[in-house]
Design a protein around this ligand. Structure first.
Ligand code: BGC
Length: 822
């Protein structure tokens, strides 16, 4: 019995119907009085004919302030109800006494949901349903005795979305995703995921956005705003420093306060301050000796007191224990007190042993009334704003057709053109069939595995996408690949099912060995070869260097033979990278003519890639992380994956703030492709860089004019890097502090992009002063098309040091070490 199996069981919820005379419970009419006896029905019970002289209780009166109604509810709750409400409704079908599953017990309100909050019928409190995840709603697509289907749209994975660098587009993706959440009867989506890509091997990097916190935070904020505009909630996760998967429930990450605040928390801070997600999910791991779900400095001091977070914190599923086995141990009891007291308001998915432990600790006073009521208040606030409380009549018919258009566009815009020698792309000739190699071309990977997966109705492969765009595909190759891939896939899926289902680590299918003679024939018959390299990963384990970060020998052989033979015939080779995380590119990129990186582009992936390949869409995606030459090049790889390697319990983040390009650029390590890199089919000129002033006061605007100087339409991502004076503290050579994206510019058309710098953008966190401080001196603004392709620079001065924000002491180290310095 292990955690992996638990995830396979769907949950049964205890949802009832709640009818409130068709009027929103969420309506807040402060200081109003009951003028006449309204007819209010809760769970079939009408409140006008109560033996209460027609009077409503405060909590029932939707016209009163929500705070007062919540207080009234709390006053009326028994200790047992309080203890139940502080945990989720569990995993229906999972028997915690015997630790076994009841097969086929997937009967929640929304089968496939990840869990929900506790329902108290007598007080009209419904269960709020929560469900994964970052690439779209993950619910079961079919239900017993029901001919309807419940497919959701598989949007591009987080990394692909962030590669658009387009907040408006992300906001639209969020709106589309939120529509599915709401129309399928879910209240909170468990996403977006926004941990930092500390190391290319993290198995969940595909769910996350970037190695840079500003980019992560801005994209997450746009996504949260989009999803929540539907009146449903989000849960930004995993808070914080969940940067590896191996032993994720027990790994203790040792991180300096500066690295925490500047790298691992900064994105969350931006998302919280600009989008106020309804909820946040704490992470599994420990930071400096304590579970994040039990860290008061993280969940209360920093999150609420410093940043002003207004929502609820829930734990990750079974998080905060020394692994699943110890949930009934004494340790579990003390964790419950610590977690709830730290500000982890809701323990998910919720277990009877936790309810018992909470009750005992309420009675013995270890859980104070104040803690219990504060956590409950936040849970009830979530309930009050939820669609279920508003009695939302969901249709089970989201806009799947329109959302397919949204995902197709988003994936095309997130596609990065890494290489395009002699402008062979866009490829327009349709005179000969395309020779398509690589297993994955025939079975595109829409997204990763685990809770980040989506049950989509279909997934467009590369060959289908190319065919839809009017290209013809070589039939001999198709005839070889299709049966091979289908057969291998059946075996792989059976293996995964046996080894843990949703959480089984996916394995790559070895490339079909196409013989040289066939390749030679194809080189004669077709104009161009396409080779797709595929990768998949998911929660529960990390990727490996051999045969994953590095290409496997069968892949090297394929690239070698196809490029040698095609080039000998004067034909070109394009590689498509259908991957979820960074791979090695330096050793083979010179062998091919063009490289397209669509990541895992969601269910319309093949169409999206065909749109870019054919030139219907000009690529405008840029890398949100560094592609190193060798895996070992990044500082953060030095002590990966912690010790002991098989099941690490401790990992030191000795690279400090030098994560990603902050390391590569400052230490002059040449990458294969740098952060912010991406080519276009057109060209852009940067001119007229203007700072709003030569000296910095509270704010500054930086404007730059972008002109499309090429022959085709295109969009340009404009990146602003700042180099700060380095007197009292070590600093990266430069850091991304703002970015923007042009509209679709016609050839010859210009647009002026205006970016804003605020005081916090100038500041670094200075631990011994407990403050974000902008040092006096000269600041260099560098605006460009990537972190190494700077087009224009300017300088401004900060005349006097600025203490931008004072902070409370937090995240004391549990083992001494010093951060890397340059
Ligand atoms: C994952 C979360 C997810 C939760 C519920 C956990 O294993 O880490 O990201 O939201 O399960 O499915």
């Amino acid at each position: 019995m292990n955690f992996i199996n638990i995830k396979k069981i769907a949950k049964v919820s205890l949802v009832s119907t709640l009818v409130v005379s068709g009027i929103s419970w969420n309506q807040k009419t402060e200081n109003s009085k009951i003028e006449k006896n309204p007819i209010i029905t809760i769970n079939g019970f009408t409140f006008t004919d109560l033996n209460r002289n027609g009077k409503l209780d405060i909590y029932e009166d939707y016209r009163l302030a929500v705070e007062d109604r919540i207080q009234d509810l709390i006053n009326k709750m028994t200790d047992e109800e309080k203890a139940s409400m502080l945990i989720g409704i569990g995993m229906p079908g999972f028997d915690v006494n015997t630790f076994t599953f009841i097969p086929g017990a997937d009967k929640g309100k929304v089968p496939g949901e990840a869990g929900g909050t506790y329902e108290i019928k007598r007080l009209g409190i419904p269960a709020v349903i929560v469900s994964d995840g970052p690439a779209g709603l993950r619910i079961n697509p079919t239900r017993d005795n029901d001919t309807n289907t419940y497919y959701a749209t598989a949007f591009p994975v987080g990394t692909a979305l962030a590669s658009t660098w387009n907040e408006e587009l992300i906001n639209n993706v969020g709106k589309a995703m939120g529509n599915e959440v709401k129309e399928y009867g879910v209240d909170v989506l468990l996403g977006p995921g926004m941990n930092i890509h500390r190391n290319p091997l993290c198995g969940r990097n595909f769910e996350y956005y970037s190695e840079d916190p500003l980019l992560s935070g801005s994209i997450a904020a746009a996504m949260v705003n989009g999803i929540q505009s539907n009146g449903v909630g989000t849960s930004i996760k995993h808070f914080a420093a969940n940067n590896q998967e191996r032993n994720r429930m027990g790994i203790n990450a040792h991180i300096s306060e500066r690295a925490m605040r500047e790298i691992y928390l900064r994105g969350f801070e931006i998302a919280v301050k600009t989008a106020q997600p309804w909820t946040i999910m704490s992470s599994y791991n420990l930071v400096n000796g304590e579970y994040t779900s039990a860290r008061k400095d993280l969940l209360t001091t920093v999150l609420r007191e410093e940043w002003g977070f207004k929502g609820l914190v829930m734990s990750d599923w079974f998080g905060g224990y020394d692994g699943f086995g110890s949930i009934s141990s004494k340790n579990a009891v003390s964790d419950v007190v610590k977690q709830l007291s730290a500000g982890n308001d809701l323990l998910m998915p919720g277990l009877p042993s936790q309810q018992q432990a909470i009750l005992e600790n309420i009675k013995n006073g270890k859980l104070t009334k104040e803690v219990v009521n504060t956590d409950l208040r936040r849970i009830l606030e979530l309930v009050m704003r939820s669609p279920v409380m508003n009695n939302y009549n969901y249709s089970n018919k989201p806009n799947l057709k329109e959302n397919a258009v949204v995902t197709r566009q988003a994936a095309a815009e997130g596609t990065i053109l890494l290489k395009n020698d002699n402008a062979i792309l866009p490829f327009v000739s349709k005179s000969a069939p395309l020779a398509v190699f690589g297993n994955t071309s025939y079975d595109f990977i829409a997204g990763g595995t685990g809770s980040g997966d989506v049950n989509e109705a279909y997934s467009v492969s590369l060959i289908d996408g190319l065919t839809n765009s009017g290209f013809s595909i070589d039939k001999d190759l198709e005839g070889l690949y299709k049966p091979y891939v289908a057969d291998q896939k059946v075996k792989e899926m059976a293996r995964r099912e046996k080894e843990g289902g949703l959480l089984a680590t996916p394995k790559r299918i070895v490339e079909l060995d196409v013989n040289k003679e066939t390749i030679e024939n194809k080189a004669k018959a077709s104009e161009l070869a396409l080779i797709t390299i595929g990768r998949n990963a998911g929660e529960g384990d990390d990727r490996k260097v051999a045969d994953d970060f590095n290409l496997a020998q069968d892949e090297v052989n394929l690239i070698n033979s196809v490029s040698e033979i095609f080039h000998a015939q004067g034909k070109k080779v394009v590689v498509v990278l259908n991957i979820g995380g960074v791979i090695e590119t330096a050793s083979w990129r010179d062998k091919v003519d063009a490289i397209l990186l669509p990541w895992q582009p969601g269910q319309e992936g093949g169409n999206s890639v065909a749109d870019v390949f054919s030139g219907k869409v000009t690529p405008s995606g840029k890398l949100t992380m560094t592609f190193p030459v060798n895996y070992e090049d990044a500082a953060a790889t030095k002590n990966w994956i912690g010790t002991p390697a098989e099941n690490p319990t401790s990992v030191n983040y000795e690279e400090g703030i030098y994560v990603g390009y902050r390391y590569f650029n400052t230490f002059n390590v040449k990458p294969s492709y740098e952060f912010g890199y991406g080519l276009s089919y057109t060209a852009f000129d940067y001119s007229n860089l203007v700072l709003s002033s030569k000296t910095f006061n509270d704010k500054m605007t930086v404007s730059v004019t972008i002109t499309n100087t090429g022959k085709t339409v295109g969009k340009e991502v404009v990146e602003l890097y700042l180099s700060a004076p380095e007197k009292s503290i070590d600093k990266p050579r430069e850091e991304l502090k703002a970015f923007g994206k042009t509209k679709l510019l016609q050839p010859g058309e210009s647009q002026t992009i205006i970016l804003t710098l605020n005081a916090k953008n100038l500041a670094s966190f200075v631990p011994n002063r407990n403050a974000w401080i902008a040092e006096a001196g000269k600041y260099k603004v560098a605006v460009g098309a990537s972190s190494l392709n700077i087009k224009k620079t300017a300088e401004f001065t900060l005349e006097k040091e600025k203490v931008v924000e004072k902070t409370y002491p937090a995240f004391a180290l549990d083992t001494p070490f010093t951060d890397l310095k340059h």
